[in-house]
Design a binder for this molecule. Structure first.
Ligand SMILES: C[S@@+](CC[C@H](N)C(=O)[O-])C[C@H]1O[C@@H](n2cnc3c(N)ncnc32)[C@H](O)[C@@H]1O
Length: 249
């Protein structure tokens, strides 16, 4: 009998399990740390908050978030790290044994295994452009976010940073390449408010002898970092407050 073809999520799972086995989950901390720290500062996290790290990989950013929302006067904050790769999730759990406020979940951004109106903040680092159906992922995010919850999507691959396009062909799974303006429209279409796009440059120095297979030259890599990642920020409206002219009975 012919084998059933893999779904888009199963293909992503297979590819990122391979990355995890090669140790690339842990390696990504070095590449994404600078822009992620700058983003986390903008998240204004407080103890007691509930945070989702979507596409958490090896969980290094999940642990940064968990430290910031941990014990405080407003309660014990929780972070959920979710990833489509079960091998990434396994490694993230292994590295986070000292944390009582992290839960790692194996699942897809397109079908979040979580209740509605739960998360105060969502962070997603270098993951969103892989989601086969970004509309569906945004519908899911809107559902699980609390009213007035804040969304922070950070990506390095977008059409306005032309240097990022050099590595699209090297990826073994399909990706979306959209502009910042297109992403802003997409978020607005899904009823998010206060939608904003911002460049986050990577200020880490790149030595002349830095080995790169993703870029044509070290100078192109430097230019890519200077142009920066794209940070998309948005809020879920406060659905408890009716729009003017409407009454909730
Ligand atoms: C480039 S890695 C980034 C990982 C981590 N955020 C970091 O910065 O190190 C992309 C991650 O997104 C995850 N991912 C891709 N598609 C996904 C989907 N549909 N649902 C959930 N996670 C997904 C991958 O498994 C992978 O761990």
């Amino acid at each position: 009998m012919p084998e059933k073809p893999l779904s888009a999520d199963e293909k992503l799972q297979q590819e990122f399990n391979r990355w995890a086995a090669e140790g690339r989950g842990e390696e990504m901390e070095r590449h994404h740390l600078d822009i992620t720290e700058k983003t986390i500062r903008l998240m204004n996290l407080r103890p007691g908050e509930r945070v989702l790290d979507l596409g958490c990989g090896s969980g290094w950013a999940t642990r940064l978030l968990a430290r910031l929302v941990g014990d405080g006067p407003e309660g014990f904050g929780q972070v959920v790290g979710l990833d489509v790769s079960d091998e990434m999730v396994r490694r993230a759990r292994e590295a986070s044994k000292d944390f009582e406020n992290i839960l790692y979940v194996w699942g897809s951004a397109q079908q979040l295994p979580w209740e509605e109106n739960f998360f105060d903040k969502v962070l997603s680092v270098e993951s969103f452009y892989y989601y086969p159906d970004q509309d569906r992922a945004l519908m899911e995010l809107f559902r699980v976010m609390a009213p007035r919850g804040r969304l922070f999507i950070l990506i390095n691959l977008y059409s306005d940073n032309k240097y990022s396009l050099q590595w699209v062909d090297k990826l073994k799974v399909p990706v979306h390449v959209r502009s910042a303006a297109e992403y802003v429209e997409l978020l607005k279409k899904h009823a998010f408010e206060n939608v904003e796009a911002r460049r986050i440059p990577d200020d880490t120095p790149t030595p002349d002898n830095y080995p790169t297979q993703s870029f044509r030259s070290v100078d192109d890599l430097r230019a890519f970092k200077r142009e920066g990642g794209l940070l998309l920020m948005a809020s879920k409206p406060d659905l408890r407050t009716p729009a003017p002219g409407y009454t909730i009975y």
